[in-house]
Write a protein that binds this ligand. Structure first.
Ligand code: HEM
Length: 405
């Protein structure tokens, strides 16, 4: 048993039992952050704040939501939106946050790709990040089922149908997932459980893993400089704060994070109060009806790029390419063969073109995914889907030819 002495203060009492001083050092005052990073490095903290907003608003919604096919629609659209004081506010916060979180995730991902923050010891940060992306996607999809409107029902139908594997016709698997022949009570019940319990738990665990993965390699910086964190932190602690290349996370860097989070929240609450409709699909204000298929079924904007990779091809090839698009980003640290960890614009023409083409092509795929697959739009969608796949296949070749900068 460890040796305990009479505590001199509450902090000392806690310190003897929980070593809170050590925890505070490791996570805050001696967690070193490079000085040369810009506002894009605050996106991680913006994501943490948005996740908390989702959790808190979700808890309030859960007090009145009823997960049955007869009552779900009315508990959301009548009880929460009209009867409960400020129920509309919690719903707007939840809906807007669910959409905006993906915008921030994409910015955070593309920042990582641009600066090469997935390389040389940072692979686990990237992999845990991609696991977060996949889990967030499942969380968003399961949440979309809960209001039990027309889009909930039909998007649920279309997405679960994908598990039949095209001409494999694994219909038994689809029924097993649904718990019925069509989306019904068993389906709603299990997606409710996933949305409010299992997936949020997984997300909390994965955020823990993501942070743990950051601790040893530390965050990258905007110049791609390889910083000796031990030497630079020693310099800082010895008093040469100006000469050191690093600062403390708390309170120094955190104050910068808080400023970016503040600006984000102004934008966020502007959307919540004045421009929330983009986050609530009008078709979903009709109750689910298994006998009336909507004219055009499409997912939320953040899934459109991968949906557009599925759509232009026959079902089997479409499914293979859709699966490819879902997992390929995870392998980025291993497909990028270049020795350089620096901004894409300094990595030679080939990767520079690759990066900007990938970003613009995904925006094109997103736009085409929203439009009906007709005429010129379907041709553009087809070309963009092919470009996406070819770019990934070409990545190891173009990066292995890259010279050290
Ligand atoms: C959605 C939940 C997520 C949260 C809460 C989160 C949080 C954070 C935080 C706080 C940081 C450190 C500060 C910063 O660079 O912003 C960070 C870094 C990082 N994250 Fe995430 N992240 C999430 C998702 C993702 C995703 C989807 C990816 C992409 C695969 C990703 C990849 C990275 C990378 C590569 C870094 C290191 C950046 C660097 O070294 O410069 N994260 N994340």
């Amino acid at each position: 048993m460890a040796h305990f002495t009479k505590a001199t203060s509450v902090k000392d009492w806690l310190n003897q039992r929980l070593a809170i001083d050590k925890v505070e050092k490791v996570m805050a005052s001696e967690y070193w952050i490079p000085k040369n990073i810009n506002f894009l490095w605050a996106m991680g903290m913006v994501l943490v704040v948005t996740f908390v907003l989702l959790l808190v608003s979700g808890i309030f919604l859960l007090m009145y939501y009823v997960p049955t096919v007869d009552e779900a629609f009315y508990s959301v659209n009548y009880t929460i939106m009209r009867e409960v004081d400020f129920g509309w506010l919690w719903r707007h916060i939840h809906g807007v946050a669910a959409s905006v979180v993906f915008l921030v995730i994409y910015i955070h991902m593309f920042t990582g790709i641009y600066y090469g923050s997935y390389k040389k010891g940072r692979e686990m940060i990237w992999i845990s990040g991609m696991l977060l992306f996949v889990t967030f996607s499942a969380e968003a999809f399961s949440g979309y089922m809960l209001p039990w409107g027309q889009m909930s029902y039909w998007a649920g139908m279309v997405i679960t149908n994908l598990f039949a594997g095209g001409s494999l016709h694994a219909d038994g698997l689809v029924e097993w997932i649904r718990g019925d022949y069509v989306p019904a009570q068993a389906f709603l019940g299990r997606f409710f459980m996933l949305h409010v319990l299992l997936l949020p738990l997984a997300i909390v665990g994965l955020i823990g893993l993501h942070f743990a993965a950051l601790r040893i390699p530390h965050v990258n910086n905007q110049d791609g400089e390889e910083i000796d964190f031990d030497a630079e932190s020693k310099k800082y602690l010895d008093g040469d704060k100006a000469g050191s290349k690093v600062i403390r996370f708390a309170n120094d860097f955190m104050s910068k994070d808080i400023m970016v989070v503040g600006i984000f929240l102004i934008f966020f609450f502007y959307l919540v109060f004045w421009n929330y409709s983009f986050a609530l699909d009008p078709v979903n204000f009709d109750p689910a009806d298994g006998l009336k298929t909507p004219a055009h079924i499409y997912p939320e904007w953040y899934f459109l790029w991968s949906y557009e990779i599925l759509r232009p091809f026959n079902i089997d090839l479409g499914l293979i390419l859709f699966g490819f698009a879902q997992v390929i980003f995870v392998f980025l640290p291993f497909l990028d063969r270049s020795p350089n960890t620096c901004p894409a614009n300094r990595r030679g023409t080939m990767f520079k073109v690759w990066f900007w083409l990938m970003l613009s092509n995904m925006i094109i795929l997103t736009a085409m995914g929203k439009l009906p697959p007709e005429g010129v739009f379907s041709t553009i969608g087809l070309v963009a889907a092919i470009v996406f796949v070819v770019q990934w296949l070409a990545l190891p070749f173009i990066t292995s030819r890259e010279k050290k900068v």
